[in-house]
Design a binder for this molecule. Structure first.
Ligand code: ZN
Length: 405
């Protein structure tokens, strides 16, 4: 798939680059609207949704969406409660963010093509110099090396390519062969996605269950959480200094921007996920209107009736997966908090051993709540994520030293 913007014939990564980085607002608008060039796919996805519902009804009395969510170890009611908790907890910060954005970009109305661009502005002075795509894999090796993990001896292989999705890790054979595909993005976003895939790869390489079924049936949000544990390291001040030779001030900018962008990203993903549940409940409805209404509510921006929903590749290839990103972030923040408490905020080999023993080696033998209880001392909670988003924790650089009280 190539996207037409003006005379340009762009890959997904190039289109992302335009929407998120180009200072020309009119061009950003064109690039954002070009996402609707995927809308031909929408009809095929609608057909797939109907087929999936039919298939589910052949074996259960539920919609495909409800059935799949339960199979992944979650109940809809609890999930939507967490979504509301996250939205409520971040409402003042999100409104302040929109206000700040209007002020800084000198615009009366925040548009969908302004949001991601806004975040890229704050790091533009140093980002392309310090976060170089070619250094991705060596940096990943260095980061994991500090935890005592050796990516040269772990069975993980990485390739960068032009992809129609953000990147992925694949367990070819648990514990024996793992492949990573990274999309050719640039800057911090490239590292974010690469470290995410590296976290998955660690999980697949370290999985130590007694059978293939126990390895392969891990709770999906748990796996997403283990991917995000490595991503969270990227935004830590001491990692910014050590791995990317940032100044302290730059590490502060990177951490603050990440927190604010996370508020936006999570709201956007929750809206994507809620849209999917609503779409399965009635696939015949006008999906563009539905998508845009939910996004307007969660993001406070008008989507102008543009049919951008089919741009999200997950609706076709990974149905009822999006909620696992939200719950995965809850998992990651709870694990990170717990490891900080035990080993201090500068993780070394002891933290690495703990992470491997309690998390990265675990599959489906224990439930997600069970693993969290054993590894962090309490069942899965939304608290550590919302505290992070509100900035009530980790806003000051957690420099290496003794464990926080
Ligand atoms: Zn993932």
């Amino acid at each position: 798939m190539r996207y037409q913007v003006g005379d340009g014939d762009l890959t997904r990564a190039e289109l992302t680059q335009l929407v998120t980085r180009n200072p020309d607002r009119q061009l950003r608008r064109q690039a954002w609207e070009a996402r609707a060039q995927m809308s031909g796919n929408g009809e095929r996805i609608r057909q797939a949704m109907k087929l999936r519902n039919q298939l589910a009804l052949a074996y259960t009395d539920e919609l495909f969406s409800t059935f799949m969510l339960r199979k992944k170890g979650m109940e809809a009611e609890k999930l939507f409660e967490w979504f509301e908790d996250i939205r409520d907890a971040t409402e003042p910060e999100y409104q302040a963010l929109l206000q700040q954005l209007r002020h800084d970009l000198h615009v009366d109305t925040v548009e969908p093509w302004d949001l991601e661009f806004y975040f890229s502005r704050s790091t533009k002075d140093f980002e392309q110099m310090q976060f170089v795509t070619e250094e991705g894999w060596p940096k990943a090796k260095q980061l994991l090396g500090s935890l005592g993990y050796n990516l040269d001896t772990l069975p993980v292989h990485m390739e960068v390519a032009d992809l129609s999705f953000a990147g992925a890790a694949y367990p070819i054979l648990y514990g024996k062969e793992v492949k990573i595909l990274a999309n050719r993005y640039s800057g911090i976003f490239f590292f974010d996605r690469l470290f995410h895939a590296t976290g998955h790869a660690l999980h697949y390489a370290m999985m130590n269950e007694s059978s293939f079924l126990l390895s392969n049936n891990y709770a999906e949000p748990f796996d997403e959480g283990l991917a995000q544990v490595i991503v969270l390291q990227l935004y830590r001040p001491e990692i910014g200094v050590k791995l990317f030779t940032l100044t302290r001030e730059e590490t502060r900018v990177v951490a603050d921007t990440y927190r604010l962008k996370a508020i936006f990203d999570l709201r956007s993903t929750m809206a994507d996920s809620l849209f999917e549940f609503e779409a399965y409940a009635d696939p015949e409805q006008d999906l563009t209107t539905l998508y845009n209404a939910i996004h307007s509510k969660y993001l406070g921006v008008d989507m102008h009736g543009v049919a951008v929903w089919a741009y999200n590749p997950m609706y076709g290839s990974d149905p009822i997966y999006l909620q696992s990103y939200i719950v995965g972030d809850m998992v990651a923040h709870q694990i990170a908090y717990s490891v900080d408490q035990r080993f201090g905020s500068c993780w070394g080999e002891q933290a690495g051993t703990y992470l491997q023993e309690h998390f990265y080696s675990r599959g489906a033998e224990t439930t997600l709540d069970g693993i969290m209880r054993q590894g962090t001392g309490e069942p899965l909670s939304v608290r550590y994520l919302t505290e992070f988003l509100r900035g009530s924790r980790n806003t000051r650089p957690p420099w290496c030293g003794s464990p926080k009280s």
